[in-house]
Design a protein around this ligand. Structure first.
Ligand code: HEM
Ligand code: SF4
Ligand code: SF4
Length: 530
């Protein structure tokens, strides 16, 4: 059931994203930058909020007038800031909802990833807390409605001794205490939100917290455009002698407020409780498959730290050496953080399939799918190849090529060390190699596509040797649902290779001293041979 919902949602996202990306490229796809856009909108809210605070009168008597002054007398700067503050906050809600759905749709929330998902839950509450207290401060009719309904909702909880809602119904008993508390909360809650935003990405290496400049500039210009076209305005001074009947609602922050009339206050709390419970439990709902974490083999680890640099989930730390090998450090895996993507295996200089040692061993390996097995599967898949052009496909299990029986399947394409592609072509196991990974803006293991591209381009260790004919290697980035697209791309590459003259390999070049490919710089006992 959950699987089917996830799949349907994923179709929905891809239906929008794929054509968009083909037209404008992955960098301008806002759906691929949701977390980064969330940070960006947050900063707009903070900057505009600080600016507004300069003109805002924090006392209950003059609050409304000061906001009116901002909106009408100084509309060209403070008024625009007020609108930016409102609309960027609204966009944060849109971003959070879409981000949550997309993480779910792309199945990037379960197992080890539970941490980011789980910390997202208090962020939703804090975001709403920030927005609702913000509406309070304007002290207009909407604020009165928000104050009254919030207090009625809070009265339902056994926190306050006496009902606070009546403060907002009877003028005589109203004090400004609550208003001052709201001013304080409207500053404190976003600060706590910022702290949790930081915690949220703690377990992610190189998190994207800044959107690409063009996307950021376009979002800001659009926000300013909306601010000028439809400025945020107040809805008339609070009148505590009357219960507000008709108010314009902000449907981003206040959609549940009218529901108090339909479901009752208890019903709203039950809904919120059920929502939080389901979201909170989702990472642990079955089916939960979990491969074993990567393991370090010290005899083959020289402490180069490449695995730690490439790991997308901060699962590897470099620590002092615990054996007698003459290297200052060694890799250490924190199994609780490891998603078993295998990217570290592809990064390790000991991961070289050319090695003749009886059992192929490397510095860091996946116990459930070792480098040795990868080499064996590669050789077996190559032996089965036929036709005018023998094309060996290395398919990420989240890519459009995952269903191809003849492909070598990997948890992430970056698990394959570049020397494996060299091995296939230089040993004439195939005429061409296809590296088939996820759609470019939706790499399941976050950094797998980026590292693969850089390794092939020679921009990242371990680089693909210059002797490997690049025209015989193709990279195909398609989503798991785009199986036909992947098959068509592979067919086109096969036709291209069939038209090439029979391959002739160049001799190995002298190694580049600043950069090393996989089969160099191994621990002395590893005994490599090419
Ligand atoms: C203010 C709200 C939020 C902001 C600013 C935010 C921001 C981010 C950022 C920057 C990342 C890292 C993206 C990357 O580099 O791959 C991320 C990851 C993530 N977020 Fe959020 N997030 C927010 C709310 C949420 C919520 C409400 C949920 C779900 C309940 C959520 C679930 C996740 C998950 C599961 C990941 C990890 C993805 C992975 O492991 O690949 N986030 N978020
Ligand atoms: S398998 Fe992936 S997540 Fe685990 S340590 Fe290696 S690179 Fe990090
Ligand atoms: S040798 Fe391999 S396991 Fe050791 S630090 Fe380098 S990449 Fe990591």
């Amino acid at each position: 059931m959950i699987g089917r919902i996830r799949r349907a949602l994923r179709y929905g996202f891809e239906f929008i994203e794929q054509p968009f990306e083909r037209l404008f490229g992955p960098a301008l796809n806002p759906l691929a930058q949701l977390g980064a856009l969330g940070f960006f909108f947050f900063w707009i809210v903070v900057v505009s909020g600080i600016y507004l605070f300069i003109f805002f009168d924090t006392g209950i008597e003059r609050a409304y007038e000061s906001v009116e002054y901002i909106s009408r007398e100084q509309w060209f700067h403070a008024g625009v800031m007020r609108s930016l503050h409102r609309y960027a906050s609204d966009l944060m809600v849109v971003m959070v909802a879409t981000h949550l759905l997309r993480q779910f749709a792309y199945d990037q929330y379960r197992g080890v990833r539970w941490f980011s998902w789980f910390t997202g839950l208090p962020m939703i509450w804090l975001l709403y807390g920030s927005g609702i207290t913000g509406y309070w401060l304007v002290w207009d009719r909407l604020a009165q409605y928000v104050a009254l309904t919030t207090s009625e909702l809070l009265d339902r909880l056994p926190i306050f001794g006496e009902p606070i809602a009546r403060n907002f119904v009877f003028t005589g008993t109203l004090t400004s205490r609550f208003f001052t508390l709201m001013v304080f909360m409207h500053i404190a809650v976003p600060l706590i939100l910022l702290f949790i935003m930081w915690v949220h990405i703690l377990r992610i290496s190189r998190p994207k917290i800044n959107p690409p400049r063009t996307l950021a500039a376009m979002s800001l210009v659009a926000l300013i455009g909306v601010a000028l076209w439809k400025p945020a305005l107040s809805q008339g001074h609070v009148d505590l002698a009357m219960v507000p009947v008709e108010v314009g609602l902000d449907w981003f922050y206040l959609p549940l407020y009218p529901m108090t009339d339909i479901w009752g206050r208890g019903g709203v709390w039950e809904f919120l409780g059920a929502f939080s419970l389901i979201i909170g439990l989702m990472p642990w709902l079955p089916p939960l498959r979990r491969a074993r974490a990567a393991e370090v083999d010290l005899a083959h680890c020289n402490g180069c730290a490449r695995c730690a640099e490439d790991c997308p989930y901060e699962a590897i730390r470099m620590v002092g050496r615990t054996d007698s090998l003459p290297f200052p450090s060694q890799a250490q895996v924190n199994a609780a953080l490891c998603t078993s993507c295998g990217i570290c295996v592809g990064a390790c200089p000991s991961s070289t399939p050319f090695r003749r040692s009886e059992e192929l061993k490397t510095g860091i390996d996946l116990p459930d799918f070792t480098l040795k097995e990868l080499r064996e599967r590669t050789v077996a898949a190559a032996e089965a190849l036929q036709g005018p052009a023998r094309i060996l496909v290395f398919a990420c299990e989240h890519s459009g090529a995952w269903r191809l029986d003849e492909a070598v399947h990997l948890p992430c394409v970056a698990m394959a060390p570049p020397s494996l592609f060299d091995f296939v072509l230089s040993r004439d196991l195939a005429d061409g190699v296809v590296i088939a990974g996820c759609a470019e803006s939706a790499c399941f293991s976050r950094l797998g596509i980026a590292w693969t591209k850089q390794r092939i381009a020679g921009a990242r260790d371990p680089y693909l040797r210059a002797r490997v004919p690049r025209e015989r290697i193709a990279t195909i980035w398609t989503s798991a649902l785009a199986t036909r697209q992947a098959a068509a791309d592979i067919a086109a590459f096969t036709a291209k290779i069939a038209a090439l003259p029979r391959k002739k390999l160049r001799l190995p070049r002298a190694p580049n001293p600043s950069s090393r490919s996989n089969d160099e710089h191994l621990p002395a006992e590893a005994g490599s041979a090419t």
